[in-house]
Design a protein around this ligand. Structure first.
Ligand SMILES: Nc1ncnc2c1ncn2[C@@H]1O[C@H](COP(=O)(O)OP(=O)(O)OP(=O)(O)O)[C@@H](O)[C@H]1O
Ligand SMILES: [Mg+2]
Length: 280
């Protein structure tokens, strides 16, 4: 204590507060801490994930990658607040996730996530009105803003059946982003699209991220998609899912496709998945 200026000293306080700010900046936004998830049926208990841990920071594009049945969707549902962990804890901004909330919005794979009787704009407005986040006028403005971001302003007044699968997914993404969630959760959102549309959607998602810098938790079982979309990848082992490895993939973009480094990393991931499967 000797010789230290008092905390209120003008020369000292700013340094302290800057340090505190830095601490807050580096604290993970989402913490999945030793999380085990189970399904209980009258006959048996199915363990979907076993003691999975990872941290997601603000503006991360964090990907959960693993073979079918390893618990990716279950983990996403747990983060969304639909399934409570039987072990461990999920925290958002340091607070335990106990139920669904507007701070975590999910985009699913299915094209039929949009009520067909509402127009595109009404679909995007709906959660904003239902959660009482905004009044009608503000909700309409916010909806048009995000429809513009996904290139669908011209389609605001049509109904979902008049859209292609890719366009419906764009509406679902606009609807999710319009809620301005702390984390956007996506469960294989492009898996049902043809290869070309899927590639275009990946590119658009990355462009959207450049502009909006949202935090993304993205599920896929495509190694290539994980490397392109993610800046960090959690590789999960087969059923029940455990953390196999965490891979830094921020260097890869759509332009890296086909390059030697990209291929090498994809092969390494493939081998890790394959080794696990061979060992089972
Ligand atoms: N409602 C349920 N009741 C019982 N078991 C379930 C239920 N849903 C999933 N499971 C089981 O939990 C495990 C994880 O399923 P989950 O759907 O999370 O896998 P996934 O990694 O998303 O697979 P995919 O890549 O095929 O979508 C699987 O073994 C699955 O059979
Ligand atoms: Mg799944």
């Amino acid at each position: 204590m000797r010789g230290e200026p008092p905390a209120s000293s003008p020369a000292f306080t700013p340094t302290l507060s800057r340090e505190r700010e830095r601490e807050q900046d580096s604290a993970p936004l989402l913490q999945v801490d030793n999380v085990s998830l189970e399904y209980r049926t009258p006959e048996r208990v199915v363990r979907a994930t076993h003691r999975v841990s990872f941290d997601v920071h603000a503006a991360d594009r964090f990907v959960l990658l693993g073979p079918s049945g390893c618990g990716k969707s279950t983990l996403l549902k747990a983060v969304a607040g639909f399934i409570p962990p039987v072990e461990g804890e999920i925290r958002l901004d340091g607070k335990r996730v106990a139920q669904p909330g507007p701070d975590r919005i999910v985009v699913f794979q299915e094209f039929d996530q949009l009520p067909p009787w509402k127009t595109v704009k009404q679909n995007v407005m709906f959660p904003l009105l239902a959660s009482r986040a905004l009044g009608r006028k503000e909700a309409a403005e916010r909806a048009l803003h995000y429809l513009d971001k996904v290139g669908l302003s011209k389609f605001a007044d049509v109904h979902p059946h008049q859209l292609s699968g890719g366009m419906k997914q764009r509406v679902a993404i606009a609807r999710a982003l319009a809620m301005q969630p702390r984390v956007l959760l996506m469960d294989e959102p492009f898996a049902a699209l043809d290869a070309l549309t899927r590639r275009r959607m990946q590119q658009e998602l990355l462009e959207l991220w450049e502009e909006v810098r949202f935090t993304l938790l993205f599920v896929t079982h495509s190694i290539e998609e994980a490397l392109v979309v993610g800046n960090r990848i959690a590789l999960l082992s087969p059923h029940p899912g455990r953390m196999r490895a965490e891979i830094n993939s921020h260097a890869f973009t759509l332009d890296s496709l086909g390059g030697a480094e990209f291929q090498g990393t994809a092969q390494r991931i493939h081998d890790m998945l394959f080794e696990e499967e061979a060992a089972v």
